[in-house]
Design a protein around this ligand. Structure first.
Ligand SMILES: NC(=O)c1ccc[n+]([C@@H]2O[C@H](COP(=O)([O-])OP(=O)(O)OC[C@H]3O[C@@H](n4cnc5c(N)ncnc54)[C@H](OP(=O)(O)O)[C@@H]3O)[C@@H](O)[C@H]2O)c1
Length: 327
């Protein structure tokens, strides 16, 4: 299997010249095996890969809140079953999974060294793979020094259990501490951040219903950090704000109610209309043009087909300037 790092260089250079390509998009699988049944999950994976999709994102805790057991693992198990049912598919997909949020006695398991190693071991077993292509610490754990976490993650890479490492829902200062520590120890360091962002943003500091990670947002500081560290990718979760761009039954949460949103939605409607695509398609292509990898949350083939159109949409510099203009 070619290294995901190599794929990234190819796809990102193409993206900057021609617009998004389908391999820039990531398939999110939070509800695979719970709200999205096995057959529907298989159909989504089939179509994503057939269309040229490469990255599939999951977590060991998906989706504990949607399963009567109160524990996760269903999403990874369905992906594992799909890989077993499709010999050769392992060479076509890159697997991204996370540790740290699975509940233990009602609280997140955290990111201690034993939890990180046991989490990676169990994820590999459910997925049925030797190596996790990108392994993430899911959310900040105040009870564990970040040095302990990144050392445990780096050792996974040394042991062939993971290829690359990422941090999700961590403040930027902690990201820098983690990366510097791993480098000083001669270990594999973090090269990806997974945070929420979209074309419109909530008011800074405002609580957003259903979003409970204090450091779960791309901020100006994140943007500056990755500009200065181009080896670090940003993956965007919840890029479509639960479908709010296209659906009247999904209003944006109250925290998005500010003049910047009004101005941006007006420009977005105009661009989408001119290009003849849904506003959400423009949002996904816009994120890719800004060097961010959107993670698609889809529960039907129709939603997936719509999102895949972003992989064929070239936003030229003039359109990008128009979209970027409202602050
Ligand atoms: N690292 C983290 O902490 C974290 C947190 C959240 C998510 N994630 C990752 O990011 C992925 C995506 O997150 P998300 O599910 O919150 O994404 P999202 O972009 O906010 O929302 C996805 C939802 O929007 C609706 N939707 C999407 N496309 C649509 C379309 N074309 N037409 C109408 N409705 C549409 C669907 O709702 P219905 O299904 O109700 O129709 C879908 O489930 C997850 O699967 C997971 O891999 C990571």
């Amino acid at each position: 299997m070619s290294s995901p790092g190599h794929v990234r260089l190819l796809t990102w250079s193409r993206a900057s010249i021609f617009g998004a390509v389908i391999s820039d998009l990531v398939l999110g699988t939070t509800y695979f095996g719970t709200r999205t049944d096995r057959d529907s999950s298989f159909a989504l994976l089939d179509r994503f890969v057939e269309a040229g999709g490469r990255w599939v994102d999951t977590a060991n805790c998906y989706a504990f809140w949607a399963d009567p057991s109160g524990h996760g693992g269903q999403s990874e198990s369905v992906i594992g079953a799909w890989l077993r049912a499709n010999p050769g598919a392992r060479e076509q997909v890159a697997l991204s999974t996370k540790v740290g949020v699975e509940p233990v006695d009602g609280a997140p398991e955290g990111l201690s060294a034993p939890v990180v190693r046991a989490g990676a071991t169990a994820s590999r077993e459910r997925l049925g793979v030797e190596t996790i292509d990108l392994f993430w610490a899911h959310a900040r754990d105040l009870g564990t020094p970040i040095e302990e976490t990144v050392e445990a993650m780096g050792i996974l890479v040394d042991d062939g259990m993971a290829h690359r490492l990422g941090l999700s829902n961590h403040p930027t200062w902690l990201v820098e501490r983690a990366r510097s520590h791993a480098i000083a120890q001669g270990l594999e360091t973090v090269t990806a951040l997974q945070l929420s962002t979209s074309y419109v943003e909530p008011r800074p500091g405002a609580a957003v219903e259903g979003k409970d990670h204090r450091f779960g947002w791309v901020t100006e500081e994140t943007r500056d950090y990755v500009e200065q560290h181009p080896e670090v990718e940003v993956w965007a979760y919840s890029p479509l704000v639960q479908g709010a761009y296209d659906r009247t039954d999904r209003p944006f949460p109250a925290a998005y109610d500010h003049p910047g949103t009004t101005a941006r939605l007006a420009v977005l409607a105009d661009v989408a209309d001119r290009l003849g695509v849904a506003p959400s398609v423009v949002v996904l292509a816009w994120l890719v043009r800004h060097g961010t990898r959107p993670i698609l949350g889809v529960s039907s083939l129709d939603q997936l087909e719509s999102a895949l159109r972003a992989g064929e949409l070239a936003l030229d510099d003039e359109v990008m300037a128009q979209l970027d203009a409202p602050a």
